[in-house]
Design a protein. Structure first.
Length: 208
């Protein structure tokens, strides 16, 4: 996907997140009581992510997202970083293919993880048609997704992305030392993008 297309998707997604259910409440009212609900909803993730706390930034990213997803500016910043991760993984998959030789199983596993990351990023970037898409009720009638529900879905998806980035970094760390330089160089590039994710998210918070 071309960079300009991704940029446009980010702009549209960020501007539309708070417009869901806009007739009922404005942006300020929308998130006024979100923290009260978030503590309950966030607790649902504790067991799922407990085994990944050792990676160091799961808890940090969770706190950052709770701050960032309350404003359009914060959402826009998160989406831009997700876009950067998606591009890095897409470039990685293409670069590995361009090496032109049989792909070792360790590299193939990283490629598989990067494809999964691309899928998660796609759902986040296209949140209006995926994470925040209208659902149906018991009678199959259209049911609009509220902004709070949409925000929560975005939070969960970004946490899922963070977890996948962590597991992929663990795979990269185990790459054999005798791996071909073509594979290693490409892997180092995507590794750098993964390592930049948390600092960039922290910068988003600092700039709010």
């Amino acid at each position: 996907m071309k960079a300009i297309t991704l940029c446009l998707l980010v702009a549209v997604s960020a501007s539309c997140l708070l417009s869901a259910n806009a007739n009922a409440e404005g942006p300020n009212e929308l998130f006024e009581n979100l923290d009260l609900e978030w503590d309950l909803l966030d607790s649902q993730l504790d067991d799922e992510y407990m085994d990944f706390e050792s990676y160091g930034f799961i808890g940090t990213i969770r706190g950052c997202l709770r701050k960032l997803l309350k404003t359009v500016r914060g959402v826009n910043c998160v989406l831009k970083e997700v876009t950067a991760i998606m591009k890095a993984c897409t470039d990685y998959v293409d670069a590995i293919d361009a090496c032109g030789t049989a792909v070792p199983k360790d590299v193939a596993a990283i490629v598989s993880s990067c494809k999964a990351i691309i899928s998660i990023c796609d759902s986040i970037i296209n949140l209006n048609s995926k994470l925040c898409a209208p659902t149906t009720d018991a009678d199959n009638n259209p049911k609009e997704t509220t902004s709070k529900k949409c925000c929560w879905n975005l939070f969960k998806a970004t946490m899922k992305l963070t977890r996948k980035i962590n597991t992929t970094l663990k795979q990269i760390a185990k790459l054999p030392s005798d791996t071909s330089s073509c594979f290693v160089d490409s892997t180092n590039d995507v590794k750098q993008s993964f390592n930049d994710f948390l600092p960039n998210i922290n910068t988003c918070v600092d700039q709010m």
